[in-house]
Design a protein around this ligand. Structure first.
Ligand SMILES: [Mg+2]
Length: 448
C-alpha cells in the first residue's frame, strides 16, 4: 500500500550520470523492492503535473521542507504490535460517542476519516481494530522523529506531534540539494524508526505544506522555485493552506473551485468579501508566502510591553498598566484573526531581574477583559507591589486561527491526557486564588 515516490529528477545532475545512478539507487532503496518500484515511481513522477524539471539550475534561494508522518498514531500502534500490519487500525475515542483521531490507510479505504464519529467508523469498517490513543507513547516516538529532523537543521518548526517545517536553505553544502535532504530524512525515519513520512519541498511554507499532502503516504513532492503558481493552479481551493471550510464556502459562491480560479479574481473583490484575509489568500494562491520557519522557542505570540519612566511601586498602578497592555494585545489578536490560550505576564524589576509568569486557559481568547483578569491573577506570582518594577509586558501565545479545528476536541471522550491538563489548570487556578498569597509572606520572612 505504501506508494513509492522516487528521488525527483530535479536533484539529478545533467551530464553527471553517476549522480543520476546514485539517485536511482537511493530511490530503489527507499522503495524496498528495487527496479520495479523504482520504475513505477519514476513513471509516476514524470507523468505528474510538474512539466519540465529545471534540474541543477533550480535556484533555491529559500528551501523549506514540510514533513508529515503518515497516519502517525496507527503507524505507532503497528510498530508496537506488528500483528496489526495490513489491518484497518483506527485510533480514537472508544466510547460510542468518541471520534476518530487517526485511521490507517487500510481503514481509509473503508471511508474512515479523522474526526468522524466512532459509531460511523464502526458501521463502515466493522472488522477494524479500534484502539484508544496512547499519547505518551506517540510523544516518545515524536521526540525521536524530531531528533532526526534536527540533525539536518536547527530551524525546525513543529506544527503538531507529527508534522514540522524545516528551513534547509543553509544546509545545502552540507547535505545536498533540498530534494536530496528530504530524501535523506525520509530514509533515516524509515531505517531508524521503521515509519514513513511524507515530504513536500518548496521555496516557501505554504507550498511545501500543500506539496507534502499530495502523494501520501511515503510521498516526496518537489515544487521547484518559480513553479509555485503553475503547481497550485489546478488544485481544488480546499487544498490552500489557510482556507477553512467557511472561507471555502464563501469562495465557492464567488465561483472559485481551484486555486487558479482564486488568482483570477480581483483582489479588491476578495477584500470586500473576506476582509484582510482575502488579500492574504490571494497572495498564497499565487504561491507567495514570506513567513519564516519559527522554531519552538520563538513560537508565535502576540504581545506588548512598556518601560516606565518612573518605577511602579504599587499594585493598583501595575493593574492599570496591565489593562492598557491587555487592550492593545487583544486588538492586535483580533486584527491578526487569532486567539490564544496562553497568557503571559513579563516583569522586569528595578534591579533588571526579569521574570515571566503564564497561565493556559481552556478556551482561546482575543478579549481584553479575559486577558486582563488572567494577568491580574498572575500578579500574585510576582513581586509586584513589593519590588519596584521598570517594565511590564503582556503576551498571548498558543495561537489558533478561529477556522482551525481544535486538536483537543478529538479527545473529548477518551481523555486522560485532557483530564490531566484540566487538572493542572484547575490547580493553577486554585493556587492563584488561595495558595500563593499564603506562601509568599513566609518566603518574605526568610528574606527580609
Ligand atoms: Mg500526519
Amino acid at each position: 500500500m505504501c506508494e513509492f515516490v522516487p528521488f525527483p529528477r530535479s536533484c539529478t545532475r545533467r551530464g553527471n550520470p553517476d549522480l543520476g545512478r546514485d539517485a536511482k539507487r537511493r530511490g530503489a532503496f527507499l522503495g524496498g523492492t528495487p527496479s520495479l518500484a523504482a520504475k513505477k515511481g519514476y513513471d509516476k513522477f514524470f507523468n505528474s503535473w510538474i512539466p519540465e524539471p529545471a534540474g541543477i539550475n533550480a535556484m533555491w534561494t529559500k528551501a523549506i521542507i514540510h514533513l508529515d508522518m503518515d497516519a502517525f498514531y496507527p503507524a505507532v500502534e503497528v510498530l508496537d504490535d506488528p500483528a496489526l500490519r495490513g489491518r484497518p487500525v483506527i485510533v480514537g475515542g472508544t466510547s460510542h460517542r468518541g471520534v476518530v483521531a487517526s485511521a490507517s490507510y487500510e481503514a481509509r479505504t473503508f471511508g474512515v476519516r479523522s474526526a468522524m464519529p466512532i459509531a460511523e467508523a464502526r458501521r463502515r469498517c466493522p472488522e477494524g481494530v479500534y484502539l484508544a490513543p496512547r499519547m505518551q507513547r506517540y510523544s516518545e516516538i515524536s521526540r525521536q522523529v524530531f531528533a532526526i529532523f534536527e540533525r539536518f537543521t536547527p530551524l525546525v518548526e513543529p506544527l503538531s506531534i507529527d508534522e514540522a517545517f524545516l528551513d534547509v536553505t543553509a544546509c545545502v553544502r552540507l547535505f545536498g540539494s533540498p530534494p536530496e535532504i528530504a530524501a535523506q530524512i525520509k530514509s533515516c525515519v524509515r531505517e531508524e524508526l521503521n515509519l514513513t513520512v511524507s515530504a513536500g519541498v518548496a521555496s516557501n511554507k505554504s507550498v511545501a505544506k500543500i506539496a507534502s499532502d499530495l502523494q501520501k503516504p511515503d510521498g516526496l513532492t518537489v515544487v521547484e522555485p518559480g513553479r509555485e503558481r503553475e503547481f497550485l493552479a489546478p488544485l481544488p481551493i480546499e487544498r490552500l493552506w489557510g482556507a477553512g471550510p467557511v472561507t471555502c464556502r464563501s469562495l465557492h459562491l464567488l465561483g472559485v473551485q481551484t486555486i487558479g480560479d482564486l488568482v483570477g479574481l480581483p483582489v479588491d473583490l476578495l477584500i470586500a468579501k473576506l476582509g484582510f484575509q482575502g488579500e492574504a489568500l490571494h497572495r498564497l494562491a499565487q504561491g507567495i508566502d514570506e513567513r519564516e520557519v519559527e522554531t519552538a522557542q520563538e513560537a508565535k505570540s502576540i504581545g506588548n510591553e512598556e518601560t516606565f519612566t518612573e518605577d511602579i511601586r504599587d499594585t493598583d498602578t501595575a493593574r492599570r498598566e496591565l489593562l492598557a497592555l491587555a487592550v492593545k494585545v487583544a486588538a492586535r489578536l483580533r486584527h491578526e484573526n487569532a486567539r490564544g490560550r496562553t497568557i503571559c505576564l513579563k516583569v522586569k524589576y528595578a534591579d533588571f531581574r526579569q521574570i515571566t509568569r503564564s497561565i493556559t486557559i481552556n478556551e482561546p481568547v482575543d478579549d481584553s477583559g479575559v486577558i486582563y483578569r488572567e494577568c491580574c491573577g498572575l500578579i500574585d506570582k510576582t513581586d509586584i507591589g513589593r519590588v519596584p518594577v521598570r517594565l511590564l509586558g503582556v503576551s498571548v501565545s498558543n495561537l489558533y486561527s478561529p477556522e482551525a479545528p481544535h486538536q483537543q476536541s478529538l479527545f473529548d471522550e477518551q481523555g486522560s491526557e485532557r483530564k490531566t491538563k484540566r487538572l493542572n489548570q484547575a490547580i493553577d487556578r486554585i493556587q492563584d486564588a488561595f495558595g500563593n498569597g499564603a506562601i509568599k509572606p513566609a518566603t518574605l520572612l526568610k528574606k527580609p
